[in-house]
Design a protein around this ligand. Structure first.
Ligand SMILES: Cc1cc2nc3c(=O)[nH]c(=O)nc-3n(C[C@H](O)[C@H](O)[C@H](O)COP(=O)(O)O)c2cc1C
Length: 200
């Protein structure tokens, strides 16, 4: 079959893209509002896009035409923490996607423990295998003419890595990391099924 994306409704385009471009890592983003209220939400339109400077990118869409709290907070404070999601925290991550009033913290509402950050003010998720403390490098509305999302470029300042996900040489053990990836709809996968290839 062929799909003409010019003829697809936005929801259909989203469904096809999100079911095919898989697995997607999940950025579990913590931010603080200008008033100091914590916020936590997952985003799977997410990638590492540069190592020099070390930069992550999160695509934050709209809800009913309104900007999401994570974006408002990143705009207001210039800071965010990108936590990665292990299988152990998959349910908590999913719970934190609930749309709550701006002043209500998903940490408190979902019973997710916070840990203090070092270089930025938003807390990180306690127990996350990896948490990247970031400053906002750039926020780009997309597309330029009629934006319906914002691309948040986040420069990594400091990473917390759980010692339990390191191997004997001090490098990441992917099986111990046990991250969840997003597939289409309600489907997810884990990083525990591995194979290796040597480059030519
Ligand atoms: C696994 C997962 C991935 C998601 N990915 C995105 C995404 O890439 N972009 C987006 O705008 N919303 C995404 N969402 C929805 C947001 O998490 C949801 O709208 C959330 O309520 C936003 O919270 P906020 O208003 O506190 O920022 C995702 C939800 C889940 C469960």
């Amino acid at each position: 079959m062929q799909l003409d994306f010019g003829a697809l409704a936005p929801l259909e385009a989203y469904r096809w893209l999100s079911a095919t471009v898989t697995p997607r890592p999940i950025a579990w983003v913590s931010t603080l509002s200008a008033e100091g209220n914590a916020n936590l939400a997952p985003f799977s339109f997410f990638q590492v896009i540069s190592d020099e400077p070390p930069t992550l990118m999160v695509n934050i869409g709209q809800r009913d035409g309104q900007l999401k709290d994570s974006l408002l907070n990143a705009q207001a404070t210039g800071e965010l923490v990108v936590n990665l999601v292990s299988m152990m925290q998959a349910e908590a991550m999913n719970a934190s996607a609930e749309a709550l009033p701006h002043q209500v913290s998903e940490f408190a509402h979902c019973g997710i423990a916070e840990a203090p950050s070092v270089r930025v003010r938003p807390p990180r998720v306690a127990g996350a295998p990896v948490a990247f403390e970031c400053r906002v490098a750039q926020i780009q509305p997309y597309p330029a003419t009629q934006p319906n999302c914002h691309l948040v470029f986040a420069e990594v300042l400091l990473a917390h890595i759980d010692d339990a996900v390191l191997d004997a040489r001090g490098r990441i053990d992917p099986a111990a990391l046990d991250l969840v990836g997003r597939l289409g709809g309600s489907a997810y996968c884990r990083t525990t099924e591995l194979f290796r290839m040597q480059r030519p």
